[in-house]
Design a protein around this ligand. Structure first.
Ligand SMILES: [Zn+2]
Length: 675
C-alpha cells in the first residue's frame, strides 16, 4: 500500500510524515500563522521558502531527530497524549487481559532498563542455542521462517495479503529480505560516503559481537557483510519492485519448492505454517541466487549472520552498551541524529510495532471528536465529485477509458478515524518484567495471525495503520483510502478554521490518496482491486508520456549538492501530489457554490488554499537523513512536494500573479497536468 509520508512495508501507499504548527502558533480561524511567512522571499520564486523559512527558523531540528516538520510537531503532540494515557494506566492498572493492560505491561517492560542490565545477554540464550544447534546448510530452510517469525529477520520474508489478481482472496507472498543496511544500494554503490558507511558498518558488527561476548574471529564481521552483499547483489531494486506485474509471480507450491535444489523450501513453507497449493514468489531469480549461496557459504558463516540479525533487531532489549552502539551506527552515522530519543518515546515505537491497533484505540477513544468523521466524509464525497468532473474534462483520455475510470472512482471505499471493530488479542501474553520475551511473543503472535490468513477470504474491515498515526494510505487491493484519527487535526484539518486551508491541507491529502488509485501503479488495478488492464493502449501510452515528463521534472531537483531526487522512484507520490492538489483545488471552488471566497487578512481564498498545502510541508532535514531518504523513500523531500506540483498548476500562478516562466510557474508548454 501507499502512504502519505512514511513508507509502510508491504506496499501501502502512504501520504507522508511531517508535522504541523501547534495550535497556539496558528491564528484562530485562519489555519496558518501569517507572521511566519517570509516576506523577503517571493512566492513566485520559491513558495516553499516563502511559507517555510520562518517556520523552520522557529523550529530547529531537535537533537533526537533527523528531520523536523509540521507533521512531526503534530506527531509529537500525539505522542505526549499517548504518554499521559500510558502514565495513567501505570497508576491504575486496567483489568488483566484487556487491551489497555497489554499496552501498560509492554510499556512497563520497555521502561525498566535496570532489568536489562541485570539480565544482560542471558535473554538471548534460547535463540542463540537454536542457532548453535543448526546442523547443516540443509537445515537453513526450516530456520528462515523461525527467524522471521520471531522478528529477527531472514533472507526470505513471507507475508499473507490480498491476491493482486483475485482481490477477495488472501495469498502468501515470499520476497527478498535480510539486509542490515537500509537498501541494497548501500552495498553496491561506489563513492566515498557509501565506502565510509560500509567500513563503519563492519566495525559496528564487530563491536556488537564483542560487547555481546561472542568472541568474533578477525574475519567474522567482514564475512557477515559479504554475505549480506551477496544477498544485495541478487536483489531487485526499489524501482523495479514498484512495478506490480514484475513482482506478481504466482506459482504452485511445487514450482516454488522446485526453484531451489539446496535450500529446502518445503521445510520453509512448513516452518511458516503454510499448507497451500499456490503462492506468489516476488523475486524468483533472487530465490535461485539464494539457493546458490546456501551451498557456497559455510554453515558457520550463516550462523554468524543469524547471530547478527538477532543482535541487530533486539538491541532495544539488551544492555546499555549495545543500545548505545546501535544508536551510534543506525541513528548517528546513517541519519545524523545527535541524541537517542527518551526511553518513553522508544517505548511508544515498540508499542506501535507490535500493538499498533490497541495503541491507536487508546488514542482514538479519547481524542477523536465524532463530528470530525462526518466532516471528513463530506469532504471525501466533494472530492470524489470534483474528480469525476476532472475525468470528464481530460483531453488525453478516450471516452471508453473514462467510463472505466468513473467506475473505479465510484467504487472507492474509505475509512475515517478508527476501526468499527477491534481485533481480539486473545492468547497474547505480555509480562511487565520480560521485554525480550514480550518482543518474541508479540512478533510470533502477529506472524502466526498473518500466516493463518492464507487461503482465507480477505477481511475488508481491516486497518493497516494505527488510529493515532499522522499519516494516511491507499490500499489498491481494497480500492480504499484511509484517514486515521491522528492526522485529522491541525495543520491538516481544523474544524473551526477557514475551509480554503482545510481543502489545501487535508483536502489535498484526500485527493492525494484518491490519485494513488490512478498513479502509475494504482491505475493498473480495477474497481474491484484486481491487477487487470482497463485502459486502451492509446490511453496507456498517453498516460506514460505525461508521467515520463514528471519523472524528468523531478530528476532535475537537486536536494543536496550532487544528490538528486529519483523521479522514477518517487513517481507514484509525485503523481498523487499533483493530482491531489488539482482535484482539491476544484473541490474547494465547487464548495463555494458559485460565490467568490472572502479575502481574509489580505489573502484570497486560492492563496489560502495553497498556503494550506505548504503548511503541511514545512520541514528541514539533517544532511545524512536526507541522503538516506533520497535512496529509500518513495516520497520526494518536502520542499519539492511544494515546488513540484504547484509549479505545474496555472491555478497557482493565477492565485499569486506569477508570470511564467518562473521557478514556481513553468511555462504553459512545460506544465504537466495529468488528473
Ligand atoms: Zn502517497
Amino acid at each position: 500500500m501507499k502512504s502519505l509520508y512514511y513508507s509502510l512495508p508491504l506496499g501501502l501507499a502512504l501520504l507522508t510524515g511531517c508535522a504541523t504548527p501547534s495550535p497556539e502558533q496558528t491564528e484562530a480561524g485562519l489555519g496558518f500563522d501569517p507572521s511566519l511567512l517570509d516576506s523577503t522571499t517571493s512566492a513566485c520564486e520559491d513558495f516553499f521558502g516563502y511559507s517555510a523559512h520562518g517556520w523552520i527558523e522557529a523550529h530547529p531540528i531537535p537533537e533526537t531527530e533527523g528531520l523536523w516538520g509540521s507533521f512531526h510537531v503534530l506527531n509529537q503532540q500525539n505522542e505526549l497524549k499517548l504518554k499521559a494515557l500510558l502514565d495513567s494506566l501505570d497508576q491504575n492498572p486496567p483489568a488483566t487481559n484487556s487491551y489497555a493492560r497489554l499496552l501498560a505491561d509492554l510499556n512497563r517492560s520497555v521502561l525498566d532498563t535496570a532489568a536489562l542490565e541485570q539480565k544482560g545477554m542471558a535473554v538471548l540464550k534460547p535463540v542463540l542455542g537454536w542457532i548453535d544447534s543448526l546442523e547443516s546448510n540443509a537445515s537453513l530452510g526450516a530456520w528462515f521462517p523461525v527467524s522471521q517469525g520471531y522478528g529477527y529477520g531472514s533472507p526470505l520474508s513471507v507475508y499473507v495479503g490480498a491476491d493482486d489478481r483475485r482481490s477477495s482472496q488472501n495469498i502468501a507472498t515470499v520476497a527478498q529480505s535480510g539486509l542490515g543496511l537500509p537498501d541494497r544500494d548501500y552495498y553496491l554503490e561506489s563513492g566515498a560516503r557509501f565506502e565510509d558507511i560500509r567500513t563503519r558498518y563492519v566495525q559496528h558488527i564487530e563491536t556488537q559481537f564483542r560487547l555481546a561476548g561472542f568472541n568474533p574471529k578477525p574475519e567474522t564481521a567482514r564475512q557477515i557483510f559479504e554475505l549480506e552483499k551477496s544477498l544485495a547483489q541478487a536483489m531487485m531494486s526499489r524501482q523495479e519492485r514498484r512495478i506490480p506485474e514484475k513482482v506478481y509471480n504466482k506459482m504452485s507450491a511445487n514450482e516454488f519448492v522446485g526453484l531451489a535444489k539446496n535450500l529446502d523450501l518445503e521445510s520453509y513453507l512448513g516452518g511458516c505454517g503454510l499448507t497451500v497449493d499456490s503462492l506468489i514468489c516476488a523475486q524468483p531469480d533472487y530465490v535461485r541466487a539464494l539457493d546458490g549461496m546456501v551451498v557456497r557459504i559455510p554453515l558457520t558463516q550463516w550462523q554468524d549472520y543469524f547471530r547478527w540479525t538477532v543482535l541487530r533487531s533486539r538491541s532495544i532489549a539488551l544492555p546499555q552498551a549495545l543500545r548505545d552502539e546501535s544508536f551510534a551506527f543506525y541513528s548517528k552515522t546513517l541519519r545524523g541524529i545527535a541524541k537517542p530519543k527518551p526511553r518513553w518515546r522508544q517505548s511508544l515505537d515498540q508499542l506501535e510495532n507490535g500493538l499498533s491497533e490497541p495503541l491507536g484505540r487508546l488514542f482514538a477513544e479519547r481524542y477523536f471528536p465524532s463530528e470530525s468523521k462526518a466532516r471528513i466524509a463530506a469532504m471525501v464525497e466533494n472530492i470524489r465529485a470534483a474528480y469525476g468532473e476532472r475525468i470528464d474534462g481530460l483531453t488525453w483520455m478516450s471516452p471508453a477509458t473514462k467510463q472505466k475510470a468513473h467506475e473505479k472512482l465510484k467504487a472507492f471505499t474509505y475509512k475515517i478515524g478508527f476501526p468499527d471493530q477491534w481485533k481480539s488479542l486473545e492468547g497474547l501474553v505480555i509480562d511487565p518484567t520480560d521485554l525480550m520475551g514480550n518482543l518474541n511473543r508479540l512478533e510470533r503472535y502477529n506472524f502466526e495471525e498473518n500466516m493463518a490468513k492464507a487461503g482465507q477470504p480477505v477481511d475488508k474491515s481491516e486497518w493497516y495503520m494505527g488510529a493515532h498515526m499522522v499519516n494516511a494510505y491507499y490500499n489498491p487491493s481494497f480500492n480504499e483510502i484511509v484517514f486515521p484519527a491522528g492526522i485529522l487535526q491541525p495543520p491538516f484539518f481544523d474544524p473551526s478554521a477557514d475551509e480554503a486551508v482545510n481543502y489545501g491541507a487535508i483536502g489535498a491529502v484526500i485527493g492525494h490518496e484518491f490519485t494513488h488509485g490512478f498513479d502509475d501503479q494504482g491505475r493498473k488495478y480495477d474497481a474491484q482491486g484486481n491487477l487487470r488492464n482497463w485502459w486502451t493502449s492509446e490511453d496507456s501510452a498517453a498516460f506514460v508520456a505525461l508521467t515520463d515528463r514528471l519523472v524528468e521534472q523531478y530528476n532535475g531537483y537537486e536536494a543536496l549538492p550532487g544528490a538528486f531526487v529519483n523521479g522514477q522512484l518517487t513517481l507514484g507520490e509525485n503523481i498523487a501530489d499533483l493530482g491531489g492538489l488539482t482535484i482539491a483545488y476544484y473541490a474547494y471552488q465547487k464548495s463555494l457554490g458559485g460565490k467568490s471566497a472572502p479575502e481574509i487578512q489580505g489573502f484570497t481564498g486560492p492563496q489560502r488554499f495553497f498556503l494550506g498545502w505548504a503548511g503541511v510541508w514545512q520541514i528541514s532535514f539533517k544532511e545524512e537523513t536526507l541522503r538516506d531518504r533520497l535512496i529509500t523513500d518513495y516520497h520526494s523531500p518536502g520542499n519539492f512536494r511544494v515546488i513540484g506540483p504547484l509549479s505545474n498548476m496555472k491555478e497557482f500562478g493565477a492565485a499569486w500573479s506569477c508570470t511564467a516562466p518562473s521557478p514556481m510557474q513553468r511555462s504553459g508548454q512545460e506544465q504537466i497536468s495529468i488528473w
